[in-house]
Write a protein that binds this ligand. Structure first.
Ligand code: R5P
Length: 299
């Protein structure tokens, strides 16, 4: 990968440094100037001619990030990059995977179209695949999704005594079953009703087996935090021990992280979105995916 170079969009330096070390490639600099009126001006401070450019940009709170990213990708090509790839540890705009109400945009498709036009490939971690079975249904470039569940399982096995895994909804079953296998724990999956963006009801299922164990709530994303908070409330009602809340992507709208911790829960996330609760490093997964792409596409 001698011709590859990694560049971090603002806020992604830690991940870029880790990946560059694992892949043994150079790190370049892209500055992103913000004018007083909010317009932005990306500028590469590294020669990109003939290089395979890898931009690192996690996409939590994506609206402010997508324009600098698209400008940077287009500029990299103008400056002679032979390929432009994207490492987006968290890939946003996956929830709207169909038109739920008349007139709504199917934003997952539009977002995928934008990124597929700008990049030659994409690598991410646990995108929220629900009605889509794989990213290739909406991304027209090679799009590799790595899975953090084994790392979550390892963390739980090393840090939690007698864990009992709890998935808050049917969608989480896929992750909970995998993690349960890795750490050899029992688990139960609740039923969730979403009544609004910040309004969910969790119906308990099979919690009788929880007695004496440490509840470990597991989800792919914490956004408003309501899913975790409602599940924690339920556990409190059941007289459960203090819980551990584990998520791959801690997006945390408003003070969601504080509210979860205020319930007495230990909060743990992976570093797909930089946050003080990051305890699980996914850079080896991303580096493995980039290397696999290199073998397939001759990066
Ligand atoms: C949705 O089904 C996901 O798996 C998560 O449960 C959801 O994104 C969490 O959202 P919130 O934190 O807003 O309840």
């Amino acid at each position: 990968m001698m011709r590859s170079i990694l560049l971090a969009l603002p806020g992604n330096d830690d991940m870029a440094t880790k990946l560059a070390a694992l892949l043994d490639i150079d790190v370049g600099v892209v500055d992103c100037h913000v004018f007083p009126d909010g317009e932005i001006l990306p500028r590469f401070e590294t020669d990109l001619a003939g290089r395979h450019v890898i931009l690192v940009c996690t996409l939590a709170r994506p609206n402010d990030k997508i324009l600098p990213l698209l400008f940077a990708a287009a500029t990299a090509r103008e400056l002679g990059a032979t390929q432009v790839g994207l490492v987006a540890p968290y890939l946003s705009y996956m929830r709207q995977d169909r038109r739920f109400h008349a007139g709504e945009a199917v934003t997952s498709r539009h977002f995928a179209t934008l990124l597929s036009r700008a990049f030659d490939w994409l690598v991410t971690i646990d995108p929220h695949l629900h009605r889509y079975k794989s990213l290739s249904e909406i991304y027209s470039v090679p799009a590799v999704a790595e899975h953090a569940e084994p790392l979550l399982g390892d963390w739980i096995a090393r840090n939690v005594k007698d864990p009992f895994l709890i998935g808050p909804d049917e969608e989480s079953r896929q992750w909970v079953e995998l993690v349960a296998r890795t750490c050899g724990a029992d688990y139960a999956v609740m039923t969730k009703q979403r009544l609004g963006d910040r309004d969910v009801r969790i119906v308990p299922e099979q919690l009788d087996r929880l007695a004496g164990k440490t509840p470990v709530l597991l989800d792919d994303i914490i956004s408003s935090g309501k899913t975790m908070l409602e599940t924690l409330r339920l556990l409190k009602q059941q007289g459960a021990k203090a819980a551990v809340a584990v998520a791959v992507h801690g997006v945390f709208a408003d003070d969601a992280d504080e509210l979860i911790r205020a319930c007495g829960a230990t909060l743990v996330t992976s570093n797909t979105v930089p946050h003080p609760t990051n305890a699980i490093d996914v850079s080896p997964l991303l580096s493995r995916a980039i290397t696999a792409l290199e073998l397939k596409t001759g990066l």
